[in-house]
Design a protein around this ligand. Sequence first.
Ligand code: ADP
Length: 578
Amino acid sequence: MKKRRVLEYLLWITTLLVLFVGAWQLIGGFFEHQVLSQQENYLEKKGNLLLRMAKEENYNEASLRQLSQHYIEHVDERVTYLSATGKIIFDTSNSNLLGTRSNRPEVKTVLAGGKLGTSLRKSATLKKELLYVALPVEQDNHLIGILRIAESTTTFMTAASSVRNSILTVYVILCLLITIFVLYFLRQKNRPLETLLPAIKKMVANPTRTETIMQTTPQWEELYQALNQLSEQMSHTYKAYSATEHKLHTLLNDLMIGIFIVDSENKLVMINPEMKRQLGLFQNLAEKVNFAEVIKDPQLIQLVYRISPNNPFLHDEITLHQNGERVLDIDLRLFNEERQILVMSYDMTQVRQLEKMQQDFVSNVSHELKTPVTSLIGFTETLLDGAKDDPKTTTEFLRIMEKDAKRLQALIQDIIQLSKGRQALDYPIQNITVAELLAQILESYQAQIQAKNLSVHLVGDQALVWSTKVELFYPIAKNLIENAIKYTPEAKKITISYTLADNLTLNVSDQGLGIDSDDQQRIFERFYRVDKARARQSGGTGLGLAIVKESVEKLGGKVQLESHPGVGSTFTVTLPKL
Ligand code: ADP
């Protein structure tokens, strides 16, 4: 741009120079021509005067010679008198000069009948440039001779050249003024460009900065002020745009909804981290790749291809089979102006799992409740039908009914414990003496322990105090101890031990039936029992270990199991400090 402006200046200067020089050539030529024609005129008048004086003497040669001689006395001129054929009769510069001058242009003109012959050339006789003027000498309309007056050009050209120099001086000043004027206008024309262009370039390079033009040229002030305002507005707009973009970026990154956008050429414009997580994409994606190369899932690709201007909204639920099942609720929307497709995906996997768990739980609970309730109704009806009259049968039936009622009670208590969910987070933290709490639990099972003749050992610091949520810690210990007593045959040993390092570790170890490795994976599920008949017989609800696992997790700990069928089981609970 700058180069172009310099070129523009150069072009103008060259054009002006050519114009000025050309014009001077014309003026100089014209001036010279004017000087010569004036001089010719002057010489012609002189010649005519000489001839008029000679006419009085009847063109007598001697008097003409005398007049001529007299004439040149005070001027630097030369008079030549020639015959009617061009032969020299006399010449004032050289009295001995002879010969003919009929071939000279000025003489030729007169010989051809002209009234005036002129010529400017170097004289062969005087060796300098002369202006010749030849006039016919006529008597009775007959040419009787030719009078030629010549004058050295230096005589009048010296005077003319000083005038010429003065004109040149004025001309040069005029040219300079015109040049300055033209350059000034050029500069005025380019000035806003030179001031604005760098400012605009800076604005484009760094849109957040406000550019201010400090020029106070009244002519362009309005323009500069408009640009200053534009720059300020642009920087504000850009900053606002950047902030919005940043917010949008953060929002898209943190959004729990997966989003990706496909453009009109099926190229992937953007994909947010949640969408990548849902689709199991962990690699960095190249820019503007075809979306099908990234998304890969055929159901999702089909949905994107199904959307059209006639069908701009689509909604579907798809199931992906990668690292387990993943259920996605997909919404597609076509933006007609940009022909972009927005795909939003909500991960429904957990919702669906929870729904299924709830359904399973409800059907399991109904099933578990049905058995003792049916039994209670059966025995009650039998008693009412007459069995009550036999005291022995009545006692036996009432014992069975008591057992069923206790099972119902245990089941209801376990369901209540499990349903406490979020409430568990609000339980208060209390200090408990671990030995006391475990002894209290064992006390409540004393009848069963004695009936089975089990030897139970409680190992650990008697004085150990632990801060925990008792409402969660108690069911953990209770269920593990209850299971150990339930699933350990007569006369065997149960050891309950606890230690405190960084965490509290509680071990419940028995010499019971043991659990094989397949069942070990599942015994913490709700209502899972290894041997259903035996477990029901022993009064188990199938919820004990599910309560243990959920309570341990709510306390931030973990539960592990080591068991070998026929040898025994050891449940280890590790709890961090709260
Ligand atoms: P239940 O109320 O039936 O005991 P749990 O959830 O407490 O239910 O236990 C699930 C299953 O795990 C039990 O049915 C039982 O088969 C098995 N089990 C639990 N504890 C032991 C143990 N200490 N020894 C052997 N099997 C056990």
